[in-house]
Design a binder for this molecule. Structure first.
Ligand code: CA
Length: 360
């Protein structure tokens, strides 16, 4: 390339930079959305699912599609996000669908039910099974479309002031327990409270509740539960793999270009994978630190697990009889759960069980 053509090319580049390019940008209208999260900013894992999503949308659209992310309570109460999306006062939210089981118990099937699918199985039911299709059909009644937006993996069973030696110790126990699981906890004699993440510590510290569960070591350490309730139980039988969701107002979604719709889908899937990776990557260190600081780890007594399982199955039978939407989705979900557990029993469980017994 001689000097003259370099100058000539530089000239074209200059024209593009100064004139033509901005005209192209102006031709595609910028899209600005608001997202309400149900979570507090301090939880970089679960609140971070929404900020990661928004970051990806902005990057993939070359800055033409921007979504501002608002913590729970900032523009919408943490548990008011679904109403806000349905009414269109925000275009979208990021939440745990089971918070809304009071509207219809079927919301829980898109998130977690006691003794439900684990994280891998939930993703498989969504993307390969009928999960996404069935849940979208259900959410359409609320004028929303969902995109899976993260999973925490199996959770811990929470923090207790006093040891739980048998199922009898749950009688009258006041506990913050996530969403739908409270229905089972109630049948076991407990007193459930559905409290947003940002308000649990104060309730536990004041003694308004006797126990609280949130997610697992990394988040729980940030929220400081170990300082007021030393007994840390596992496993969180009510949350084997809770899925978070992005809910988008259907009209707002329909108004997007095909390109922006594809961007939403790709960014949500990215955030979905990213959240599970963050939990799996950060929980091990946090657990060591919590135990080092005095947290007492206990496995739930067998009679607690057995009673919880029995009450869960009885509840699902009752819901089959009175909630047609639950019945339709649960039929598919429970079939998938049976097959997935038969398969995982041979492969994942066989491999994990051996590995966990080795001195690594
Ligand atoms: Ca939880």
């Amino acid at each position: 390339m001689d000097r003259r053509s370099v100058i000539k090319n530089a000239g074209i580049a200059g024209v593009l930079a100064a004139g033509v390019a901005p005209a192209v940008v102006q031709a595609q209208a910028a899209v600005r959305w608001r997202l309400s999260s149900s979570f507090p900013k301090a939880l970089d894992t679960i609140f971070g699912g929404a900020t990661e999503f928004a970051k990806q949308v902005k990057a993939m659209s070359g800055g033409k599609f921007e979504i501002s992310v608002h913590a729970g309570g900032e523009i919408t109460p943490p548990f008011g996000v679904v109403d806000a999306v349905q009414q269109g006062s925000v275009e979208m939210c990021h939440t745990a669908p089971y918070y809304f089981f009071g509207k219809n118990e079927a919301f829980a099937l898109g998130c977690a039910i006691p003794f439900g699918l684990n994280s891998r199985q939930m993703t498989a039911w969504m993307f390969e099974g009928n999960g996404l299709k069935l849940m979208r059909e259900f959410y359409a009644k609320y004028d929303m479309i969902n995109f899976p937006g993260g999973n925490t993996g199996a959770q811990m069973g929470g923090w207790y002031r006093k040891e739980i030696k048998s199922a009898a110790d749950l009688k009258g126990l006041k506990m913050r327990i996530g969403g739908f699981a409270g229905k089972v906890f109630e049948r076991m004699g407990g007193v459930p409270a559905n409290i947003p993440g940002g308000e649990i510590y104060t309730a536990l510290e004041k003694g308004t509740i006797d126990a609280a569960e949130w997610v697992g070591p990394y988040d729980d350490q940030k929220l400081g539960f170990n300082k007021v309730a030393p007994h840390y139980y596992y496993p969180g039988w009510w949350e084997g793999g809770p899925q978070l969701d992005f809910f988008i107002n259907q009209k707002a979604f329909n108004a997007l270009s095909a390109e922006n719709k594809a961007i939403i889908e790709a960014a949500a899937t990215y955030a979905h994978v990213d959240m599970q990776a963050k939990y799996d990557g950060r929980n091990p260190t946090a657990l060591k630190q919590l135990v080092g600081a005095g947290a007492k780890l206990h496995r739930f007594p067998k009679d607690v697990m057995d009673l919880a399982f029995k009450e869960s199955m009885a509840l699902y039978e009752e819901l089959n009889a009175k909630n047609p939407e639950w019945k339709k989705i649960y039929a598919d979900y429970s079939k998938f759960r049976a097959d997935a557990n038969t398969w995982f029993r041979f492969t994942e469980a066989g491999f994990d069980d051996f590995m966990q017994q080795q001195k690594l």
